[in-house]
Design a protein around this ligand. Structure first.
Ligand SMILES: Nc1ncnc2c1ncn2[C@@H]1O[C@H](COP(=O)(O)OP(=O)(O)OP(=O)(O)O)[C@@H](O)[C@H]1O
Length: 379
């Protein structure tokens, strides 16, 4: 086996402990559950066998018509398959290679690749560039894209007390909001907004303070040429992750831009309060009940925030709740409340983010106000 180069910047990623993304968690009896679990285990085994086997020697290179890529390390493994760091042989640049077994019941990677192509038409600092794609016959599909660093869940789990500072949270809020706005501008919904699906640039690189949006396996195209929004389906299967799912997703309704934003609100709320009241709950209906209580019981919400950012976060949630399926959210309005939260709490916005405490100052992308919703170049 070839000697592998040492890639200092590539950090292995642990599997996030957040609830996993799901499609349809049906309520079934014990026997049926066991049968399903066994089937899933068998399917998982086949999928695992389909993945590149670079560690056992031999399989270190993946070829496409454009180039060839040497596998260096495994970055993550999930329900979909696996992500590896690779070196492009023509120029020795590092990229990430995301693989999905051809034996998946429902292929997600082709959807992700189509979305990435559309996203790359807009030069957003929060999108990773997809540079290549291909198939290894009868085993796996793959896409080659920019390699990023740790995700927002893993970073938090590695901090003292597992807590971000408020300054970092508000920077995260600002960048992830901009990422969502840009995604929606290209005509896509994400439908699985959660901390593991955002990652920062790689340590030591210029973009270490930039946050990227990842994992478009569940995303859905909502806009097409000349048409802003698809007609909503009457009933939809659950898509997303229970902890961060919007109330509409809980109700089996068609999701739209407002639902990604509602998930974003739960994600930021969890960071501000170091917790979320429905964290321990597994039943989706029980989780929805607590999310509803947040709206109905002012004291419950006040207590949750313990004064920190309460007025701003409450205003933002009230605004999201007023939006309809077809509404184009006012992202700048939300950003202004995030900024006012930073000013009210005397945050030093020049401070570096918690994942880079030794940096002189913050150098992430700043939120741009007044971005047109319809992007002319994409029309
Ligand atoms: N471009 C990339 N560069 C570096 N690491 C990446 C990249 N894309 C994904 N990863 C890492 O690989 C892991 C899995 O990736 P991703 O979230 O895309 O897959 P997933 O399994 O579909 O997600 P889920 O956990 O929702 O099932 C994550 O830990 C993520 O941080």
């Amino acid at each position: 086996m070839k000697k592998l180069p040492n890639i200092n910047n590539t950090q292995p990623m642990s599997v996030p402990k957040t609830p996993k993304s799901g499609e349809k968690e049906e309520k079934t009896g014990d026997k049926e559950k066991d049968k399903k679990a066994e089937l899933a285990k068998a399917q998982r085994k086949t999928q695992d066998q389909d993945m590149p086997r670079f560690e056992k020697g031999g399989e270190t290179e993946i070829k496409t018509v454009k180039d060839s890529y040497e596998i260096i390390a495994e970055l993550g493994r999930g329900s979909f398959g696996a992500v590896f760091s690779v070196i492009r042989q023509s120029d020795q640049h590092v990229f990430a290679l995301k693989c999905e077994s051809v034996h998946m019941k429902r292929a997600m990677l082709p959807n992700e690749a189509t979305a990435l192509i559309a996203l790359n038409m807009l030069k957003s600092p929060h999108f990773v560039e997809m540079i290549d794609r291909g198939t290894v016959e009868n085993r796996f599909l793959f896409v080659v894209m920019k390699c990023v660093g740790r995700n927002l869940w893993d970073i938090r789990m590695g901090l003292d007390d597992k807590r971000y500072t408020l300054t970092t949270i508000l920077r995260i809020a600002e960048q992830t909001l901009a990422a969502l706005r840009d995604l929606h501008r290209v005509g896509y919904l994400h439908r699985d907004i959660k901390p593991p699906n955002f990652a920062v640039g790689r340590d030591g690189e210029d973009d270490y303070h930039t946050i990227y949006i990842l994992d478009f396996g569940l995303c859905r195209r909502i806009a097409t040429k000349g048409k802003d929004l698809r007609i909503p389906r009457v009933e939809c299967a659950f898509r997303g992750t229970t902890r961060y799912a919007s109330l509409a997703a809980h109700d089996g309704k068609e999701q739209s831009r407002k639902d990604d934003l509602e998930s974003w609100w739960y994600m930021i709320t969890e960071m501000i309060n170091h917790d979320i009241p429905w964290k321990q709950l597994r039943d989706r209906d029980e989780v929805a009940k607590v999310k509803n209580r947040l709206r109905e019981d002012e004291e419950f919400m006040k207590k949750l925030f313990n004064q920190r950012c309460y007025p701003e976060m409450k205003t933002i949630l009230t605004y999201f709740d007023q939006l309809e399926y077809k509404s184009i959210p006012d992202y700048d309005y939300v950003f202004n409340y995030i900024r006012s939260c930073a000013i009210g709490n005397k945050c030093n916005l020049n401070a570096p983010p918690d994942w880079d405490p030794n940096a002189k100052e913050y150098r992430g992308p700043v939120y741009k106000l007044g971005e047109p919703y319809i992007v002319k170049a994409l029309e």
